[in-house]
Design a protein around this ligand. Structure first.
Ligand SMILES: O=C(COP(=O)(O)O)NO
Ligand SMILES: [Ca+2]
Ligand code: NA
Ligand SMILES: [Zn+2]
Length: 304
């Protein structure tokens, strides 16, 4: 059923596992995520960015989730990923989101603190969880191009948590969104993560965590794509981050790679087919498989 994100954050923090937070912007991805969660008996966050809302319309995205709120036995939250304004959060509240992120991490600290505090005052009385971010991921953050990386300051994180009353914090520890995450070797600042957890004891969120699996990258390149130098976060680093206190892992790129690799292969093999379902069905199946793989990696199988 559809539940508050608070429930998912608190249980994951208590038992030391992470809940998968999977991005969707259409019916195919949404269905694949929910079926994977059901089969793994795992809680999940279903999340949409503002650009997903711009693409499909919030009434479609929220409407689909509310339509199936009692159709799956696993608990799931509907989460606004990278909300950039109070207006965006208010729209999500109006459409029955049960969790929001207010991402003011590109603004001066004081502004981030004040706007986040405001969002908490709007959401907490409604039982809606609030996630905020400290530090900056390098590369694209949904629509925002942030070029210089700023890692989270653990001392500031403690003050920020106390000063805002947030339910969860996304500390920037070296990851980046998309398929090209690291120039050199992948490296997360685990010591910094450990200190943020120690000082806040909050549920923590890992952004830019996709593994960018070689089998999908290779297949995309074989069937007309050009993903040169793509690389993600190794599974062992995700496990280590969860051991150190990550309780929600955002996963968008891995679903896209699974979908697109299957779509490209099907399109080039079935050259007489014009029924989109012949291509979308296997692509959905591949998304479901990668969601199950990530749910198992996060330790959330059987935790519904
Ligand atoms: O952080 C993410 C997704 O990250 P990836 O691109 O690594 O899937 N969404 O908020
Ligand atoms: Ca940010
Ligand atoms: Na988020
Ligand atoms: Zn993110």
């Amino acid at each position: 059923p559809l539940v508050s994100g608070k429930l998912l954050f608190e249980r994951a923090n208590e038992f030391g596992f992470a809940v998968g937070a999977f991005n969707f912007n259409n019916m195919e991805f949404l269905k694949a995520i929910l079926e994977a969660a059901q089969e793994e008996e795992a809680p999940v966050f279903l999340q949409t960015t503002e650009s997903a809302i711009g693409y499909a319309g919030i009434e479609f995205l929220a409407g689909m989730v509310h339509a199936v709120k009692d159709s799956y036995k696993v608990p799931f939250a509907l989460h606004l990923d990278h909300g950039r304004s109070v207006e965006s959060v208010l729209l999500a509240i109006r459409y029955g989101y049960t969790s929001v992120m207010i991402d003011y991490s590109d603004k001066p600290y004081k502004e981030n603190l004040e706007v986040t505090r405001k969002v908490v005052s709007l959401c907490s009385p409604l039982g809606i969880s609030v996630e905020a971010e400290l530090g900056r991921l390098v590369g694209r953050e949904d629509e925002v191009e942030s070029v210089e990386e700023v890692l989270v300051d653990p001392e500031q994180a403690k003050e920020f948590a106390l000063g805002t009353g947030i339910d969860a914090l996304a500390p920037a520890i070296g990851t980046a969104h998309g398929a090209f995450k690291f120039k050199g070797e992948p490296r997360l600042d685990f010591e910094r993560l450990r200190r943020v957890k120690e000082r806040t004891n909050l549920p923590l969120v890992l952004h830019g965590a996709s593994g960018v699996y070689y089998e999908y990258v290779n297949e995309i390149n074989m069937y007309g794509g050009e993903l040169k130098g793509a690389r993600g976060v190794p599974d062992d680093d995700v496990r280590r981050a969860i051991e150190l206190g990550i309780n929600k892992v955002n996963t968008d790129t891995d679903l896209r790679l699974a979908f697109i690799s299957t779509l490209r292969r099907m399109m080039s093999e079935e050259r007489r087919n014009v029924d989109p379902r012949k291509f979308l069905k296997p692509a959905m199946e591949e998304v479901k498989e990668v969601v199950k793989r990530r749910i198992r990696l996060y330790g959330s199988s059987g935790k519904a």
